[in-house]
Each structure stands twice: as structure tokens, then as C-alpha cells.
Design a binder for this molecule. Structure first.
Ligand SMILES: Cc1cc2nc3c(=O)[nH]c(=O)nc-3n(C[C@H](O)[C@H](O)[C@H](O)COP(=O)(O)O)c2cc1C
Length: 354
């Protein structure tokens, strides 16, 4: 996570003087449709634990801001509920199940619910070794440590406003997008679920099958190599997301900003390249676009806003990032997102390339 951040922080910009930027705009086109800024909400399974119905809060904030939202397979609100209650552009992220028929059921649900895009996460052959989760007893089945219980006691607004609200309305939240037989409460360790979610068998044949099944936009999330990106093109994918899962999976993963230029350069305009992992500021979006991304996903940045203030907090986080992007464009003399290039960089971005 720190590496993702320092890659952004290492890029310094130089302002351009005396350019009329009074007509500037952060607007862009994403897959042929307008977007208020080149930003999409990343899938985060924990949104519903940060806030009561956190996915709904994020989805409404995204729709109001004119940007797409990606709902996670691991979210606690059903994809149909989001589609029924929120307008705007909805994308769905798929975690593939060992029994592929379970994955196909999820894809059919997303298709029936009218999701615009299917994003297959391909960087999670095995679960990340998250020591902080072990230390905090944050595991399934839920096994709270004294430290965890102390944390809960010290945060009464979360305990009452999030968990308390669930318990007095719908009960302990469930992973509503999981296949029916595994849709147990998040605190329960459904028999066999861990085995079924182990997807170290995921491979390119699966992508071919998903392409056949999914008529809409298909993207792979977690592409980090030129050869994978070029291979993805031959499978007819519409977009690739250069991601290292926010630094949550593989130890020593390269920063995504460092691998982006070679991938964007290799695929050119043949598909849409999106970047995530480390976006915290509007200037980060500008840097990613200069290096070839058409848009970015935000995970933590918008989740932090949601955790603090639900829909209003998510809206505030989006607005902060949008304002920062607008200011960075103004300082660097860019009126449109198409004008953003490495010309605005002070230092040589190639210094981190292989
Ligand atoms: C709490 C949390 C939960 C996440 N859950 C998922 C998920 O369910 N599916 C997925 O593909 N990625 C998931 N991710 C990864 C994000 O989609 C995204 O790749 C990452 O957060 C981007 O990095 P950033 O947090 O620095 O913006 C999660 C990330 C976080 C922080």
C-alpha cells in the first residue's frame, strides 16, 4: 500500500503559466457514455460494514456525482436491491467460485439485474496473507479477539449505528450476492464456503466462457503484465484494470503507476485501460491519465468517506477528489482530460521502468 502511494508521490508536476483554462472540464467518455470525471468506485466487500447499507450509500453518491459504481461479489446488499433503488451506471465485480456453475449463476443474476459491465478479478489466485486481520481476529467464521471487542466498545456510533441497526432490522448481514447455499450470516463459517471460494484454478478458458455468457462490457481486474494484457485482447475483453488489489494481496507487488505506462503503451486504443491502487487525490488521477489510463477506481478513498458519513460522506470524498483534479488541470494548463500528458511532469517517469 505504501509503495502504491509513493509511486504517485514521486511524480512531481510543473504548472504552466498564462493558459486560459476558464473553460476546463473533468468530464470524459467511458465506454461511449459520459462520466463527470474519469473515476469509478472500486468494488469493496466491506462497504456494508463501514456503514449501514454502505453499498447503497456509495451507489447513491456515485449516481448523484455522475460516475459508475462497481458492486462486489462480497458485498452485503443484493445486486438487485441496488439496481432497483439506484439510477446511474452499475458495474458488477465477480469473484469466481471453484464450482463454476455457481459463478455462472451470479453472472446470470447480474445480467438480469441490468448491470452494464462485468469485472472479473484475476489477481486473487489465493487469499492475501493479511496479518492485520489475524491480529484483530477479523476472520470467518468470526472469532473476535479481546482487542477487537475493545475496539467495538470504543466506537459506540459504529456499534449502534451500523451493527445495531442491522441487528434490529434485517439481522446479521449476509453476503447477499453469494450463491444461495452459501448466503449465511457474515459471522458464520458456512460449511465448505472457504473451499468453494478458493479459485487457484481460474484460467483463460474461464475468460472465454465469461465472454460467451456476458454480452455487455467485460473487464479483467488485476492485470500487471504486457503479455497478460495482450492476451486479454485476444479474448475480446473491453477493458483491463491495472491493479494490485490496493496492495492487499501479493507481498512485494510493483506499484501500479509504475507498470501502467508499458501496459497502456502496448494495448493502445484496442481496449480501455483503467488503473487502481493508491488513488487518494485528484492529482493522482491526473498522473494516471498522463501515463495512459482512461480512468481510475477508488477503493479506500471513497470508503473512508462512507465510513464517516454514509452517502454524504461518500459524496464529500468524491467532491474533494473532483475539486483537486479540477485544480490540478487548471494549474497544469489542461482544459480537457485529453490534453493531460507527461508533458506536465517535472521528473522523468521512466526512471521506475524495467
Ligand atoms: C476493504 C476493501 C475491500 C475490498 N474488496 C474487494 C472485493 O470484494 N473485490 C475486489 O475485486 N477488490 C476488492 N478490493 C480491492 C479494490 O477493489 C481496489 O482494487 C483497491 O481498493 C484499490 O486500492 P485503493 O484502496 O488504494 O484505492 C477491496 C479493497 C478494500 C480496501
Amino acid at each position: 500500500m505504501a509503495g502504491n502511494r509513493s509511486a504517485f508521490q514521486d511524480v512531481k508536476l510543473r504548472h504552466r503559466a498564462l493558459v486560459d483554462v476558464s473553460g476546463r472540464s473533468t468530464k470524459t467518455m467511458l465506454f461511449g457514455k459520459p462520466s463527470a470525471l474519469p473515476m469509478v468506485i472500486a468494488p469493496t466487500g466491506a462497504a456494508g460494514l463501514c456503514w449501514y447499507r454502505g453499498e447503497m450509500a456509495l451507489a447513491k453518491a456515485a449516481a448523484a456525482a455522475g460516475i459508475p459504481l462497481t458492486l462486489s461479489t462480497a458485498s452485503m446488499t443484493a445486486m438487485e436491491t441496488i439496481a432497483d433503488h439506484v439510477g446511474g451506471r452499475l458495474w458488477f465485480q465477480l469473484y469466481v467460485w471453484k464450482r463454476r456453475d455457481l459463478s455462472y449463476q451470479i453472472i446470470e443474476r447480474a445480467k438480469a439485474a441490468g448491470y452494464e459491465a462485468l469485472i472479473v478479478t484475476v489477481d486473487s489466485a489465493v487469499p492475501g496473507n493479511r496479518e492485520y486481520n489475524s491480529r484483530n481476529g477479523f476472520a470467518l467464521p468470526f472469532n473476535p479477539s479481546p482487542r477487537f471487542l475493545m475496539d467495538v466498545a470504543r466506537h459506540p456510533s459504529w456499534t449502534l449505528g451500523v451493527m445495531g441497526r442491522y441487528l434490529t432490522t434485517i439481522g446479521m448481514p449476509k453476503h447477499e450476492n453469494y450463491p444461495a447455499e452459501f448466503r449465511s450470516a457474515i459471522t458464520a463459517g458456512a460449511a465448505g464456503r472457504r473451499d468453494e471460494m478458493q479459485v487457484d484454478s481460474l484460467n483463460w478458458d474461464d475468460i472465454a466462457r465469461f465472454r460467451d455468457m456476458w454480452p455487455g462490457i467485460l473487464m479483467l481486474k488485476g492485470v500487471n503484465r504486457i503479455d497478460d494484457a495482450l492476451k486479454a485482447l485476444t479474448y475480446g475483453v473491453d477493458g483491463i484494470i491495472v491493479s494490485n488489489h490496493g496492495g492487499r494481496n501479493m507481498d512485494s507487488a510493483a506499484a501500479t503507476l509504475d507498470v501502467l505506462p508499458e501496459i497502456a503503451g502496448a494495448v493502445g486504443d484496442k481496449c480501455t485501460v483503467i488503473l487502481d491502487s493508491g488513488i487518494r487525490r485528484g492529482s493522482d488521477i491526473v498522473k494516471a491519465m498522463a501515463l495512459g489510463a482512461k480512468a481510475v477506481l477508488t477503493g479506500r478513498a471513497t470508503l473512508y468517506g462512507t465510513a464517516v458519513g454514509g452517502q454524504d460522506g461518500a459524496a464529500k470524498a468524491i467532491d474533494i477528489i473532483k475539486t483537486e483534479m479540477d485544480k490540478t488541470m487548471a494549474y497544469t494548463g489542461c482544459n480537457t482530460v485529453d490534453e493531460i500528458s507527461t508533458d506536465i511532469f517535472f521528473n522523468d517517469w521512466r526512471s521506475n521502468q524495467k
